[in-house]
Design a binder for this molecule. Structure first.
Ligand code: HEM
Length: 964
């Protein structure tokens, strides 16, 4: 290695090391009384604090779970990164970094300082360092596999620590699998040949040495200790003490919670009509909802589209055949559960007759236990549930995940490399450039009766207009890739396509030799990777609209170095996969792997190893890291993606060929349910629906914001007296069925600070407002309602309630949560996780989700990249074709396009979804030319640095959505 190469190799580790200097133990006494000094003094004080922070040295990674970081830094670090104003905030339960300089809009930069550059740098890099610290601790403390590997994760195997293990017997294909012999039968199992070329239908052979990992039907994992799951069973003394027998499947009553805490209040109920709007989609319909100014309805549908790729508890649209009540039966009066009176039922608007099919259970026999170091562990959770989808980010909602779903994926007989898209005969709208529409399910296709009349896709459940839009868009994108490939093949038929067959690796596959099946498989890889890139670099930075998350998400994909210095990235990628990825040392293979991968980025890790050989497992699988726990989503991940409040009741429909600034009708989402979505799509056309979903703001994830129509939805599949269900209540019931811990323990398990009363939900800045300030009144009302629904009790300080954390003085946390023994305390421990995360009024700037949801995401969003061979070491032309690699890298055909100006100070490529939309719905190009991020409401003026202002861009001032 030459000197300059060595220097290059060291540059990032050193930079990371330097960053780490800002992370220090909390050894400073808290002083919250200091008055705000003048800017010069504050600047000096901040610099002094930085010096103190550096002198105090590194903060160690927590040796045990009760010594975790909790997102709280020392006073010196806080002042260094955000000045005096961070000190008061340190006393709250919420993570510190949201107060650092530069992490909000312009107002988060200090005023009166000689330069804002230094503080901004310290603030933003400080936030990134805190986030990396959280990720390392999450990897260390929050992986709990349910498929039988957990005992080895704790005990290790043959002297290798559990987190450094890479292969598990539980991930072998069973003898009943049709590919059992092909992967090696009862000998060593390694996938080869056709099984490794692309994404398989049911997800086997992504990890070639663990063929079963992530495939359809594998159990959901957990991110919380097994003992903590299913708290209502009171299986151990800690859960008994924590909840005092107060909680159960229907306790507190989920429909009562829904109606009191989650209902959208309506100023003009007649014009909303329970979410159905007015006849003929009249434009004067109105359903009030709380709107997020920086995120559009397309983004809401995007995440539903994603969850249909990642997971499903249901099997082909159904649950178990047993039906259960879903509440509207009891309420708390003076902390005693009493039956609801008919008047209560009327006033609440709930339905005691509703029933729902129970969730499907995989295993519910008593789990084994094992003992390591004198401690007894459960080998899995008390119950497990199958993920009936592939856990991979493989476009399975489009391309299929089992033998049945794949039959709904229609290929074009004229070119079987393409998906079937058809023109619309006699469509009412004008859609001059028709990329085609998905075919409708036909008799003979495998589908549930309720899906009749819908477009034919692999995952057809809960279909409404937005899913119709996104499925059609990405089917068009699939075909765009094939078309471009065919063009190139016509131009250079004998040129090397880059593709290789591992069964015949020496054979150069020329463009004209690529078969339709090979091209279909390559297009699937490209579209899936594009989707992952959109999600990572476009959706998430708009969901979490601030500078640290922009940098953090781009680091996950491109690395902190960006694409600026590809040689450094390559060298680092190699160092990481070789030295850390293969290491048997637990710290190297987990925490250092995580830190250092921020350099080159996770995407493509291991893909440029020297002597890469597609016949060798070491090459094609060499870049993945599962951190000792086979990859699948945890139940807790599903819980934090129950995002039903994102959906508005009414879509403001616009017509591109008339005036995009005009709302011409209001279409109820429920009137686009199932087959009606297909009709609505055919009537409105892709361009108009794109415009409408792109311009409208989505619903804030907060209390009192669940759609009206969802609380009263009729599900044809239900064999119950009312056939109706309150989806907000069902979200709560499902989490309880799946044993998701309640909110406060959920936070402790994830290394976040607990709350000690309902009042803690209030934003400290709002609490400081006068008592009659509207924001304070609103939050106080929510706190009162939480108290009404969940209640209070007299606490007993002798009862320890958790072992996940301890108090600051190292004493165990008890039932009184710091309040005097025998006092009346809030039943904060009982709050359902869904309710708790919606009640978080304190959030980092631009966060559409709460910090509790976000922490789940920090862990799992990077894991699903780290674990997937096709996003790491198999991101190569041999699998994707050379055109495919370039397409994913450059966001489409040809070289990368650069966005105009420097949005939020960044010179950046035109983002991938914007390009997908422009490519496949060219009618939208003029509208999109002003748009930077396709998930930011399209007519919003992005203004200065991360503003959340709701103001129109110059040509949209007449848009009624901007009326005050
Ligand atoms: C737009 C209209 C939507 C409708 C009609 C709808 C309907 C439903 C229904 C009926 C269920 C199944 C409940 C059960 O039996 O367990 C469900 C589950 C779920 N929904 Fe939605 N939903 C919609 C939008 C969304 C959105 C925007 C998200 C955002 C991520 C979302 C996330 C989920 C999740 C995570 C589940 C649980 C899935 C599972 O357990 O595997 N939904 N939804």
């Amino acid at each position: 290695m030459g000197k300059s190469e060595l220097r290059n190799n060291l540059r990032l580790p050193l930079a990371l090391l330097a960053l780490s200097f800002f992370l220090l133990p909390s050894t400073f006494a808290q002083d919250t009384t200091a008055a705000k000094p003048d800017p010069k003094k504050e600047e000096a004080a901040a610099l002094l604090a930085c010096a103190k922070a550096v002198l105090a040295g590194f903060r160690p990674i927590a040796p045990t779970r009760d010594a975790r970081f909790e997102g709280k830094v020392s006073e010196a670090n806080a002042v260094c990164r955000g000045g005096q104003q961070t000190l008061q905030f340190r006393l709250t339960p919420w993570v510190d970094w949201q107060q650092y300089w530069g992490t909000g809009d312009m107002s988060s930069l200090p005023s009166g300082f000689l330069s804002t550059k230094g503080p901004e740098f310290r603030g933003v890099t400080g936030a990134l360092t805190d986030l990396e610290f959280q990720r390392i601790e999450l990897i260390k403390f929050n992986l709990f596999d349910n498929s039988g590997t957990y005992p080895e994760f704790i005990a290790g195997r043959n002297g290798v620590g559990g987190p450094a293990l890479k292969v598990w017997p539980q991930m072998r294909l069973p003898a009943t699998d049709p590919n059992y012999k092909a992967v090696g039968g009862d000998g060593d199992q390694v996938c080869t040949g056709d099984l490794v070329r692309g994404r398989t239908v049911n997800g086997i052979c992504n990890d070639v040495r663990n063929p079963l990992m992530g495939s359809t039907g594998m159990p959901f994992a957990r991110n919380v200790e097994f003992e903590t799951a299913f708290p209502d069973r009171g299986a151990n003394v800690l859960t008994q003490n924590r909840h005092g027998g107060r909680i159960g499947l229907l306790k507190p009553d989920p429909q009562v919670i829904s109606r009191v805490l989650l209902t959208r209040t309506q100023s003009t109920p007649d014009k909303c009509n329970g979410g159905f709007g007015l006849p003929n989609n009249a434009v004067n319909a109105n359903c009030d909802y709380q709107k997020a100014p920086f995120f559009n309805v397309l983004a809401a549908y995007w995440i539903q589209f994603m969850t249909h790729d990642w997971f499903s508890h249901m099997e082909d649209g159904h649950n178990a055949t047993v039906y259960i009540d879903v509440g509207c039966k009891t309420k708390l009066v003076n902390n005693v559960e009493v039956p609801l009176t008919p008047e209560d039922v009327k006033e609440l608007g709930c339905r005691p007759g509703d029933q729902v099919d129970k969730t499907l259970v995989d295993q519910d026999s008593a789990p084994n236990t094992f003992t390591v170091g004198g401690k007894v562990y459960m080998a899995r959770a008390a119950e497990t549930f199958s993920n009936n989808n592939t856990a991979w980010w493989d476009g399975s909602q489009m391309y299929g995940f089992d033998d049945e779903s794949v039959k709904r994926v229609k290929r074009d007989p004229a070119d079987p490399a393409k998906l079937l898209l058809q023109p619309l005969p006699g469509a009412a709208h004008s859609d001059p450039v028709t990329g085609g529409y998905l075919p409708v399910l036909q008799p003979g296709d495998p589908f549930q009766p309720q899906w009749a009349g819908q477009e034919s896709v692999a995952f057809p459940d809960n279909w409404t207009i937005g899913l119709s839009f996104l499925h059609t868009l990405f089917a068009r994108e699939h075909n765009s890739f094939v078309t471009e490939f065919r063009k190139q093949a016509a131009l250079t038929p004998t040129a090397d396509s880059g593709l290789r067959d591992p069964s015949d690796p020496k054979r150069v596959i020329r463009y004209d030799n690529v078969t339709p099946d090979e091209l279909f498989a390559a297009a699937r890889l490209v579209v899936s990777a594009e989707i992952a890139k959109i999600h990572t670099t476009e959706w998430t930075p708009q969901l979490l609209y601030d500078e640290p998350l922009y940098k953090g998400m781009n680091a996950n994909w491109n690395g902190l170095l960006g694409s600026g210095d590809p040689d450094v990235s390559k060298a680092l990628s190699d160092i990481i996969t070789k030295n850390f990825g293969k290491s048997k040392d637990v710290a190297k293979s987990t925490q250092w792997y995580s830190v250092f991968s921020s350099g080159p980025g996770i995407f493509g890790l291991g893909s440029n190893a020297p002597h890469y050989d597609i016949t060798k497992a070491d090459s094609i699988n060499g870049g993945v890291n599962h951190f000792g726990s086979p990859f699948n989503f945890p139940e807790e991940f599903v819980s934090v993606y129950r995002l039903h409040p994102l959906v508005p009741d009414l879509i403001e429909f616009r017509n591109l060929s008339k005036d995009p600034n005009q709302i011409v009708s209001k279409v109820a989402v429920i009137n686009t349910f199932e087959g009606k979505a297909t009709d609505a799509m055919h009537d409105g056309g892709m361009a108009n629906w794109g415009l409408s979903l792109g311009r409208q703001r989505l619903g804030l994830l907060t209390l009192h914001n669940d759609p009206q129509f969802m609380q009263n939805i009729t599900l044809p599949r239900l064999d119950s007296p009312t056939k109706q269900i309150d989806l907000a209540a069902l979200d709560i019931i499902r989490d309880r069925e799946h044993g998701v811990p309640r909110f406060n323990e959920f936070r402790r398990q994830y290394g976040l600070r607990q709350l000690t009363s309902y009042d803690d939900f209030m934003d400290p800045a709002v609490r400081a407002l006068p008592a009659d300030a509207p924001a304070r009144v609103q939050q106080q009302q929510a706190v009162d309602q939480l108290r009404q629904v969940y209640g209070t009790h007299v606490c007993d300080a002798s009862k320890v309630i958790t072992d996940a954390q301890v108090n600051e003085d190292k004493t165990p946390i008890n039932d009184c949560l710091g309040h005097p023994n025998g006092s009346v305390v809030d039943n904060i421990e009982d709050v359902d996780t869904v309710v708790g995360y919606l009640a978080e009024f304190t959030r980092p700037h631009g966060f559409a989700i709460s910090e509790t949801q976000f922490v789940v995401f920090i862990l799992n969003a990077s894991r699903r990249l780290f674990s997937d061979r096709f996003f790491t070491s198999s991101f190569r032309p041999e699998f994707y074709t050379q055109m495919g690699v370039d397409w994913v890298t450059n966001n489409g055909p040809g070289p990368a396009m650069i966005e105009q100006g420097a949005p939020n100070g960044h010179v950046q490529p035109v983002l991938p979804l914007k390009r997908v939309l422009m490519r496949n719905i060219p009618e939208l190009q003029p509208e999109l030319s002003h748009v930077v991020n396709a998930f930011d409401p399209w007519a919003r003026d992005r203004g200065q640095y991360y503003t959340l202002d709701w103001t129109p861009r110059a040509d949209a001032v007449s848009d009624p959505a901007f009326k005050k």
